[in-house]
Design a protein around this ligand. Sequence first.
Ligand code: ADP
Ligand code: MG
Length: 489
Amino acid sequence: MQTFVPNPQIKEEIEERLENKGTKKPVINLDELWKIAMDRVKIDVSPTNFNSWFKDLKLIRVQNGEAVIVCENPFVKDWIEKQYHKKLKKIFTEITRRETKIILTAPNSSIEKKNKEEEHPDKRYEGNYLTVEEAPIFNIEYSHQNYYESSQQKAGLNPNYLFENFIVGDSNRVAHAASEAVADNPGNAYNPLFIYGGVGLGKTHLIHAIGNRILNKDPNKKILYCSSETFLNEMVEAIRTDKNIEFRRKHRELDVLMIDDIQFISNWEKAQIELFHTFNTLQQANKQIIFASDRPPEQIEKLTDRLRSRFQGGMVADISKPEYELRSAIIKQKSQDKGISLPQNILDYLAKLYDDNIRELEGSLIKVSSHIHFGHIMPDEAEIAKILGIDPASKQRRFTSKEIIRAVCKEFNVSVRDVRGKRRTADIVLPRQVCMYLLRKELDYPLERVAKELNRLDHTTVLHAIERVEDKIAVDDRLKNRVEGVTKE
Ligand code: ADP
Ligand code: MG
């Protein structure tokens, strides 16, 4: 087993903070909070811009939903006000988890003077805070920043989301293959590409990877990544300021348009109309369109039929819950990338605990490693669960695919061989369909995997089976009870 030797200075500091037990997190000082905020800024501000504008700013107070920042001179203050005010507000609101007003001030202003008088000697910050690793990557606001260094930043892309560090398994294989095909042949492989799946499963990572690859090949390609919310906000702003033409041009003259969390677009009728026209213009010009969503097009409510059919008109690929092998491979890579070395048994344990969200899995890695680092002790599994604040019993998978199939066969009095075999008599077809239905519903397997488990050729059979079972259950209480009985069993 490895031992961890923390830097003695850090250790002392941490012990001091841990004495302050009442709060959830150790109390930090403002400089540390500022560092967390600046690490966030660095994600989407170029090094040159960072050094020019942020390096010499000072955070002097965070209290009652206000963050006071001193700028070195009035010129910098104005610039920050114009270019980065919104970003800072967003970052502070996110990391402190409360709506935060940003107050920029120049040196020797009355605010600063007053603050000096009141200031706590060690500038303690006692509120909540999220570190960069804990906080979700936020959408980069394309429209409010016009000073970019790289084409990646200009496109709103996170340069760290690449195919090279995206790990492929059964649950994301199809989505990954489709994304690579699109990245290698934008506009011609699948158009649009529509990726859907639950939270934290890698949709955003994949679509950024497409953008990054296209830009790496040709930095002149015009790419835009935005959320459906940003799309709407900009549209509203354009209408308000009479800049419709610019708005349209910005979106309709792109080589690649990517809209994340597209499911929200259905809330806004006008945005749907605008998107419809944008879509048509781009598609007719052979330009690539990519969407990510938490559900498939047919399940987005209030979506107009014509947009729905556009969404379905190319490739629709899902990412389902990651299988254990994939989670295990991901956590291994992430720990290497972050320079965290944890023993294999702990990595395995984390991969077992977090079975439906890669972002949470990643977060757990950081939490556990910092705990070990600070505490200097290697925790066992029960302690890890405690650190992570979870009940391991409730996290365990309830059953395996084999158990489900066996239970269904028992209920319907057929053999596993028959359900996985070729016969198509009614007494076998129904349990076979129920198996597919339950594998999908209970284990959230991708369609391809369900097909494989039951020895079927392709996923359309599975889709059909699930629909049949759903239809039947809706009208047949006896069947419904039997299926529920199997789950209970
Ligand atoms: P989503 O958009 O589906 O909510 P994200 O793309 O934001 O999820 O992914 C959440 C986190 O998990 C990111 O840090 C991402 O890098 C990571 N992640 C998800 N899937 C994979 C994968 N297959 N390989 C490596 N990292 C992954
Ligand atoms: Mg996302």
